[in-house]
Write a protein that binds this ligand. Structure first.
Ligand code: ZN
Length: 202
């Protein structure tokens, strides 16, 4: 489990504070959002000012709340552009960003700027797309972060540890919103077997 480093307390004077970036990434159904909510809730209980943002395109369950698959929720603000976060988060101690893979490359600069002004920035998102390619801009965010946590799901085929997201639907589009009807968490072996089968069918 991730334990917060003692980088200077957020409760002491602003002058002594340093910011940093944390990434929570993994496949679908790996508990990324649950982990984000866990970290944010603990900071909230400590009376820190917390804001959560997510891309306006991500409306899977509810427009204004970040909701994880197990229905824990936390209030959040949908934003159109990554840059909007800079203005909206100006007076908070801790900034949460969910589904970061749906933001454009600008999110990298935005995250750096937030951390440089002493904020703790926690970003959750998919590390790979359905073709097992690095999901931009998550790979760049991982490079500039102080901490990277990979969450894992359980392979829905064999029960091993899963880090791939297998998609049944093959529209060719990188982004295709869906849940267990279209996506499955799979281990490396079962993911590769599935991709071979898909090729044969074509
Ligand atoms: Zn498997």
């Amino acid at each position: 489990m991730f334990i917060e480093p003692n980088f200077g307390s957020k409760h002491t004077s602003k002058k002594n504070e340093t910011g940093w970036i944390e990434i929570i990434c993994g496949s679908m159904f790996s508990g990324k959002t649950e982990e984000l909510i866990r970290r944010l809730n603990r900071a909230k209980i400590a009376n820190l000012k917390v804001e959560i943002f997510k891309p306006a395109t991500e409306t899977r369950f509810h427009v204004e709340n970040v909701v994880s698959h197990d229905r824990k929720e936390i209030r959040s603000t949908p934003v159109q552009f990554a840059n909007d976060i800079l203005l909206l988060a100006s007076d908070c101690d801790l900034v949460g960003i969910d589904e970061a893979q749906f933001f454009d490359e600008e999110i990298v600069d935005v995250s750096i700027k937030l951390a440089n002004t002493g904020k703790r920035v926690i970003i959750a998102g998919l590390d790979m797309d359905y073709m097992a390619r690095p999901f931009e801009p998550m790979n760049d965010l991982m490079a500039v972060a102080e901490f990277v946590t990979k969450t894992h799901a359980i392979c829905m085929k064999c029960g091993s540890i899963a880090s791939y997201t297998f998609r049944f639907n093959d529209s060719g589009k990188q982004v295709f919103l869906g849940e267990k009807d279209i996506y499955e968490a799979r281990c490396r072996r079962c993911y590769n077997l599935g991709m071979k089968e898909k090729k044969k069918k074509r």
